[in-house]
Structure formats: structure tokens, C-alpha cells
Design a protein around this ligand. Structure first.
Ligand code: BG6
Ligand code: MG
Length: 226
């Protein structure tokens, strides 16, 4: 099976916005009177905005305190904090090797789709200059179900007419890797911590990573034609 399409998560894969999401939640928590410590960052990675809010409120023992409208207000407040960070982003924040890897895929005729749960993904793509490197973008504004549901990746594959078995997903979060597998796709874990343990192949970063290394790595992990 050849690789026809690579589908990229955004936050924590191409840019370090996972940190900005965490900092925004930590700021919201402080406003509510409790700390959301850095050790909890992994617990919200890849989760939707409202699912993340649940985790944060639970960490502060406030999971029963707010009515649905108040939760919406808290989520909006967090998003305003997050947007302050995004507004200051530049192309220099794209993680090492990502642009080169995306260009190499393009040079080989391999499709490139963004598959993010974030409703702010388009804004981040524009701030960082990444958008022209993608054939298509699926983000939180197009989705009805959050990762680990496979909707985001199945929709991404359909946009470029690729079969799931011909797609490879790049993810940093356990929920995203589960979504890729539920979509019938192989997954490259970006980052070598516990969150990526279930991925077929794991890379520390895109620095010096090539399409050839991708094919060879997946081949070694269980079968892909080069
Ligand atoms: C994911 C992030 O990409 O998007 C999560 O990993 C975030 O941390 C989710 O909660 C939703 O993002 P947003 O920008 O729509 O709140
Ligand atoms: Mg991510």
C-alpha cells in the first residue's frame, strides 16, 4: 500500500500551541481560585474545548459548580486568553523541519491535509504561513464529534479522495492516535512520551525527517510499499 495522503494534527505537531492552550486554561483556573499545574497539561492534550473545561474544573474540585450557560462563558473566556497568544504568533513558531517535510511530500505528489479539532486552526495556519502547504483543511468548525472519534480524519481523507488505508496521520495526543486507528489509518506519534505509545512509528520532531524515512519506518513497523 502506498501513501497517498498525510493528515496532520496542528496543535503540538506543527506548532507548539498545545502550550498556549495549557497557559490559557491555567489562567482561567487561577481566576477561579485554583492552580492547574503544568503536570496536568498532558491530561487536556487533544481534547475538545468543552471536554478540556471538564478536566480543568475537575482538577479544581468544581465539576458540579457551573450551569451549562456558565460553562459556555468560561470556555469563551479561555478562548479569549488563547487568542491573545495566537495573535502574536509568527511563521518562526512553526516547529523545526515541518515546512521542509510538507514541501517534500508535495514534491512527491503526496496529499497534505490538516485535521485539527480546533475552531482556531485556520487562524493559526494564517498567522504561521502554513496554509498554502495544505491541499485541504478540516478543523473544529467542520466537525460534530471530537477526537477520539475518527470523523476529522475520515473527512480529511474524503476531501482528497484517499482511502483510509492510504493515509498516515501525524499526532501528538493519545485521543488523536486513537481517532486515527478508529479511522483505519496508520499513525506517526510526534513526541516520544507516553501519549504517543500506541503509534506505529514515533519521531521526536520533523527535523531531518523525510518521506523516505516515513515509508521505511512504517514498512519496518508492518508493511507499506515505497
Ligand atoms: C486541539 C487541542 O487541537 O483543539 C486542544 O489539542 C483544544 O487542546 C482543541 O482544546 C479545541 O481547540 P479550540 O481552539 O477550538 O478551543
Ligand atoms: Mg495535538
Amino acid at each position: 500500500m502506498t501513501i497517498r495522503c498525510c493528515i496532520f494534527d496542528l496543535d503540538g505537531v506543527l506548532v507548539d500551541t498545545a502550550r498556549y492552550h495549557y497557559l490559557a486554561w491555567a489562567r482561567l483556573a487561577r481566576g477561579l481560585g485554583f492552580e492547574f499545574p503544568p503536570a496536568c497539561e498532558a491530561s487536556i492534550r487533544g481534547l475538545s474545548r468543552m471536554d478540556s473545561l471538564e478536566v480543568v474544573l475537575r482538577a479544581g474540585g468544581m465539576e458540579r459548580r457551573f450551569a451549562p450557560e456558565e460553562r459556555e462563558r468560561l470556555a469563551a473566556e479561555k478562548n479569549a486568553f488563547y487568542l491573545e497568544s495566537v495573535a502574536a504568533m509568527t511563521p518562526a513558531e512553526v516547529l523545526p523541519g515541518c515546512v521542509e517535510f510538507l514541501r517534500s511530500l508535495r514534491g512527491r505528489g503526496i496529499g497534505r491535509v490538516l485535521g485539527s479539532s480546533s475552531k482556531n486552526a485556520g487562524l493559526v495556519l494564517d498567522r504561521t504561513g502554513l496554509r498554502p502547504l495544505f491541499d485541504d483543511v478540516v478543523d473544529g468548525t467542520h466537525l460534530t464529534r471530537a477526537k477520539p472519534d475518527p470523523e476529522v480524519f475520515l473527512l480529511g481523507a474524503s476531501r482528497v479522495g484517499a482511502e483510509p488505508a492510504q493515509c498516515v496521520v501525524f499526532e501528538d495526543a493519545a485521543a488523536g492516535i486513537e481517532a486515527a486507528h478508529r479511522a483505519g489509518m496508520r499513525c506517526v506519534g510526534v513526541g516520544t512520551g507516553a501519549a504517543t505509545a500506541a503509534a506505529e512509528l514515533r519521531i521526536a520532531s520533523f527535523a531531518d525527517f523525510t518521506p523516505g524515512a516515513l515509508a521505511a519506518g512504517l514498512d519496518a513497523a508492518g508493511g507499506v510499499d515505497k
